[in-house]
Design a protein around this ligand. Structure first.
Ligand SMILES: Cc1cc2nc3c(=O)[nH]c(=O)nc-3n(C[C@H](O)[C@H](O)[C@H](O)COP(=O)(O)O)c2cc1C
Length: 252
């Protein structure tokens, strides 16, 4: 089985910061203002630090009404011109789009930890992205960046039992926490297109239900790895609907 580059990519301090940010992150669509200069330089640093092979995250400016498409049911994006683009190149890196989900969510969680709002947006106007791209690069998603002007609301999520095969209450605590952390993850149209199964020290992340872009699944994989906390583990890629497996080290 092929090892996932997420193994040991983030430091324990980063992982602890991301895990704390998971509980705070919500999609923010109305902003009071963009990030200040100090936040912008920290965001530039984070964008460079979180990128796995085949991924670039670039900060740029655009009028929100030109860049973001307005979706039915959710408000449009307003109040900040600053955004980040999540760019992938799969010409040399297999699974670059999954890497983009992992790195993009790590960036979103860094921004959350700085007190900033974000919102993954896949429905944007490509011609409004004024960033020079290499021939094989694609902008997979963008996120506005700024100070939220919203009152944080509760999360709508499926029950844990709906996204788990078997009863997660009978799993070891680390696997239960990892599944709960996946449950908190953002997904396009909130479809939560994942399933988790546990057997013999292994927690498997699978594509489930409708939807399930590589971005959604990369995001879920980062959440799964954060949810195990400091339990030593290794992540291996799967094939087809089996995205990846997290194998916990045996207790000494
Ligand atoms: C890959 C991806 C694409 C998304 N695209 C859009 C979008 O185009 N427009 C939008 O308003 N929200 C978009 N979202 C945000 C989701 O609607 C949101 O994450 C979901 O409803 C869960 O809400 P929460 O992020 O507040 O937990 C996207 C989320 C993901 C992960």
């Amino acid at each position: 089985m092929e090892k996932c580059p997420l193994n040991d990519f983030f430091s324990p301090a980063q992982r602890a910061r991301f895990l704390e940010a998971v509980a705070k992150r919500r999609s923010v669509r109305a902003y009071r203002m963009g990030p200040d200069m100090a936040q912008l330089s920290a965001l530039h640093f984070a964008a460079a630090r979180v990128c796995l092979p085949g991924v670039r995250i670039v900060l740029h400016d655009a009028e929100p009404e030109l860049l973001f498409r307005r979706l039915p049911m959710v408000g449009g994006i307003s109040g900040t011109n600053k955004y980040a683009a999540v760019i992938a190149d799969d010409s040399v890196t297999p699974r670059a789009a999954l890497h983009a989900g992992i790195s993009g969510e790590a960036f979103v969680l860094e921004a959350t930890a700085m007190g900033l709002g974000t919102c993954w947006v896949a429905s944007f106007r490509k011609n409004a992205v004024d960033i020079p791209l290499n021939p094989h690069e694609k902008v997979l998603a963008v996120t506005p960046l700024g100070v939220s002007n919203e009152v944080s609301s509760g999360r709508k999520r499926k029950k844990l039992t709906e996204i788990c095969v078997g009863d997660p209450a009978s799993w070891p605590l680390w696997a239960y926490h990892a599944a709960e952390c996946v449950r908190q993850a953002p997904s396009a149209v909130n479809l939560q297109p994942w399933r988790l199964a546990y057997a013999g020290r292994t927690l498997m992340l699978m594509k489930g239900g409708v939807g399930g872009s590589a971005l959604d699944l990369g995001i879920a994989l980062l959440h799964m790895s954060l949810g195990v906390g400091d339990k030593p583990h290794e992540i291996q890629w799967g094939e087809g609907k089996e995205i990846a497996s997290l194998i916990a080290e045996d207790e000494a």
